[in-house]
Design a binder for this molecule. Structure first.
Ligand code: TGC
Ligand code: FAD
Length: 392
């Protein structure tokens, strides 16, 4: 097994972790190396995700890591982050699977659900026996989810939901979807619904032709007059703050995960550069290549410190959505730039799946776009700094 911080912990961040944090991180690192990495190339080529690993992920506390009660792992925010970092060192699709399950499907039930919903779904979701997905984005509404067209209309003790969701991670493999829809006579508010697979009128299809996040299922959801009982509505929230609160959790995990992807490409390119001889010497000895490693390691160290402080704030109940936006924006850009540098260092081998670099690089293009694009997080920060919203 590779040491989790092998060659990348220049500032002894490891020394800032406690024993439990290191233990969980090392276990997850081992699991990724032993159980996931041997499978990833085959799944990336096929465009599939190894869903059979879900129960193992549940056993390790990787699903809903920092949620309490109802069979959830009840671990800290820092442990959740460290786990996401190790998962994304494997592949962004693996971290996506855990993010969506824990932060986007379990979290809304845990935070906004009824007691009956929590008891029915959370224990099985934490164990990886039920898979969830999160339907916010639509074909015509991505960055502006407030414009969504999906409608839920009350009919007696039922809701009738119609609309379409697109780019939904795990959509076609999920047992249940959290679907956000507009309600009210004038569609003035937004509510969340738990829609189970097999409900008449509800179907999912796979998005084909992806160059990125290939070891992750991405789907469209179709809702044609889908009837669900009132008891399937999440009772404790209405408005856009419902889905946006879930995104805070997932974006937090992505900020950590991106560090893992950067570490993976840094290590792969460093090993390569030490071995690869051109002009009679290892390319690692050339100044142009050393400059790339100096840039990569500097940014990785800064990103590690950023997320650890964010995690400490989260565990103290003091972190804010703006801090999460800053970390997601910074760390994903950092990882994407590291991946592009690493791919350059590998020359022709940089485009081949014998090495993990191109896979991470193309994955990170999705990570840069989902959970709020880089631009959207720029504008969230801009609004915070200036006090003026660029969103009209
Ligand atoms: P705005 O008027 O600013 O806010 C509407 C209401 O929401 C509240 N709010 C938040 N609440 C909690 N957390 C946050 N981060 C929040 N941001 C805003 C706000 O206080 C307000 O509440 P209230 O009570 O006053 O009504 O909303 P806006 O329409 O101007 O939009 C703001 C904007 C653009 C920042 C927001 O819409 C946004 O973040 N857009 C990006 C959309 C996005 O991130 N989509 C992600 C979809 S899921 C996904 O990508 C999963 S990938 C999964 C994987 O595989 O890992
Ligand atoms: P758009 O919103 O159309 O943006 C296009 C471009 O315009 C971007 O560069 C954007 O930054 C820019 N732009 C938009 N508005 C502004 C503005 N005001 N100012 C300046 N520039 C702007 N969604 C879910 O709900 N659930 C999921 O599980 C999920 N999983 C995903 C998995 C993958 C692999 C991908 C690629 C996406 C996933 N998404 C999911 C959707 C994702 O959240 C959206 O793609 C994202 O929010 C951006 O929306 P969009 O693609 O419609 O781009």
């Amino acid at each position: 097994m590779a040491e989790p911080f092998y060659g990348t912990d220049l500032y002894n961040v490891d020394g800032l972790l406690d024993e439990d944090e290191r233990l969980v991180r090392d276990n997850v690192a081992r699991w990724v190396d032993d159980r996931f990495l041997p499978l990833v190339t085959e799944h990336y080529r096929a465009g599939t995700f190894p869903t059979e690993l879900a129960p193992e992920m549940g056993e390790m506390g990787l699903l809903g890591t920092s949620l309490q009660g109802y069979g959830c792992p009840s671990m800290s925010g820092v442990i959740y982050g460290l786990a996401m970092e190790e998962l994304e060192r494997g592949d962004s699709g693996l971290r996506s699977f855990a993010s969506v399950q824990g932060s986007l499907a379990m979290f809304p039930i845990w935070k906004f659900g009824s007691e009956a919903q929590k008891e029915k779904y959370l224990p099985k979701m934490a164990a990886g026996q039920l898979i969830g997905c999160f339907g916010l984005t639509e074909p015509d509404h991505g960055s502006d989810p407030g414009g969504m067209k999906t409608r839920a209309v009350k009919d007696g003790d039922e809701w009738v939901i119609s609309g379409e969701k697109l780019w939904i991670t795990n959509g076609s493999v999920a047992d249940l979807a959290i679907v956000w829809a507009k309600t009210g006579e004038d569609a003035s508010t937004i509510r969340g619904f738990i829609v189970e697979k097999g409900t008449p009128g509800f179907s999912a299809y796979d998005v084909k032709g992806k160059f990125s996040l290939r070891a992750s299922v991405t789907s469209g959801l179709v809702l044609e007059e889908v009837r669900v009982k009132d008891s399937q509505m999440l009772p404790e929230v209405q408005g856009l703050k419902g889905p946006l609160s879930c995104l805070n959790q997932a974006r937090y995990g992505i900020a950590w995960g991106a560090v893992g992807a950067a570490i993976a490409v840094y290590r792969a390119s460093l090993d390569y550069a030490k071995d690869r001889v051109q002009f009679g010497r290892p390319i690692a000895g050339f100044q142009l290549q050393q400059a790339k490693f100096a840039d990569m390691i500097s940014e990785i160290v800064k990103a590690q410190l950023l997320v650890l402080q964010l995690g400490r704030l989260k565990d103290a109940g003091k972190h804010t959505p703006v801090q999460v936006s800053l970390a997601k924006r910074n760390n994903v850009k950092m990882a994407l730039e590291a991946a592009r540098m690493a791919r350059e260092i590998l020359g022709a081998n940089g485009i081949h799946d014998e090495y993990p670099v191109f896979r991470h690089m193309t994955n990170l293009e999705s990570v840069y776009t989902y959970e709020g694009t880089h631009d959207i997080h720029t504008l969230i920060l801009g609004k915070h700094v200036t006090g003026i919203s660029a969103f009209v």
